[in-house]
Design a protein around this ligand. Structure first.
Ligand code: 0X9
Ligand code: ZN
Length: 298
């Protein structure tokens, strides 16, 4: 069975999502957010509890995890959060579940994640064959079509970290996922999970520019971090823009969603860890932290 004291490969995570959609057919459905270079699906779970008035569309919350292959804690906490939404007796968590139409994707870079699990623990990128090069993979968080390759990204396909791809949306994962996100009506919030800088970021990541609702995002983000801190006493940096507390980086999903779709609430959480390592028996610790952070956000 599936637990939260071990890290699982893509097939097991997808099996979990399938099982969940079988167990709660009225509340959940499997959703396909796109596909990968090696032919995997980007599989997610939609949680949309039926409301009295069938015609009212709930605001959509999108959760992106695992865009960087080696950040294993992000798929793990995301499935933990799914389990909380579906099984918790806590009335606040139940109402959080019922309030929104959730689209939750634990592994948006499934090829990279599998490669990190089986071959190269520190792998970060996708696994596409780079045109005109012997190297593999592009950084899927440098590949989105907004100010592509401007900052913190390289055009060298052999760069292990931040190759932006041969063109914007060269990677089938970002291309198809962006189409899925763009197709969502009523998208209120887009939340991306990374590790392990232990910070909360708001757009934009590409420049010093602030969004017009920056003050609100900071205020809400602070509340989220306060909720999170109550669980384990852990302090996160931010909320702030990447330029303020990390480094500028173009082509990330967060900036594209904000700039191109105008989604009001957009955040990137960098969870905890040391060189992308986090002991598996302590997954629930960050799972509970993330659950509280989401309660603080909404
Ligand atoms: O560099 C990144 O993509 C993220 N940090 S990580 O160490 N997990 O790789 C920060 C992402 C900030 N958001 C955007 N650049 N959009
Ligand atoms: Zn990352």
């Amino acid at each position: 069975g599936f637990s939260w004291t071990a890290y699982y490969d893509v097939d097991d995570i997808y099996r979990y999502l399938r099982n969940v959609s079988d167990w709660w057919p009225d509340l959940t459905e499997l959703v396909v957010g796109g596909k990968s270079y090696e032919g995997r699906q980007i599989l997610g779970l939609r949680i949309n509890t039926p409301s009295q008035n069938k015609s009212d569309n709930k605001p959509v919350v999108f959760i992106e995890s695992g865009i960087h292959a080696r950040e294993w804690i992000t798929p793990a906490t995301t499935t933990y959060f799914i389990n909380q939404l579906l099984t918790s007796d806590n009335p606040n968590i139940r109402s959080l579940r019922d309030q929104f139409d959730w689209h939750i994707f634990p592994t948006v870079n499934p090829d990279g994640y599998h490669y990190s699990m089986t071959w190269d623990r520190m792998w970060r990128k996708t696994r596409s064959k780079s045109p005109g090069s012997l190297c593999f993979g592009a950084d899927p968080n440098r590949n989105w079509d907004y100010n592509w390759l401007q900052h913190g990204a390289t055009s060298d396909p052999c760069n292990y970290q931040t190759y932006g791809g041969s063109k914007p949306f060269s990677e089938v994962e970002t291309k198809t996922l962006s189409e899925y996100v763009a197709s969502l009506e009523n998208l209120l919030a887009y939340v991306a999970f990374h590790s392990d800088a232990q910070i909360l970021l708001v757009p934009y990541s590409d420049s010093e520019e602030h969004t017009d609702n920056y003050d609100d995002l900071i205020k809400i983000g602070k509340t989220s971090l306060e909720y999170g801190k109550k669980v384990n006493g852990e302090e996160y940096g931010g909320p702030a823009t990447a330029a303020e507390i990390l480094y500028k980086a173009s082509g990330g999903s967060m900036d594209w969603v904000r700039a191109k779709l105008g989604t009001p609430i957009v955040y990137t959480y960098e969870l905890r860890g040391t060189y992308f390592h986090w002991p598996e028996h302590r997954i629930p610790e960050q799972g509970d932290e993330v659950t509280q952070m989401m309660l603080g956000l909404f």
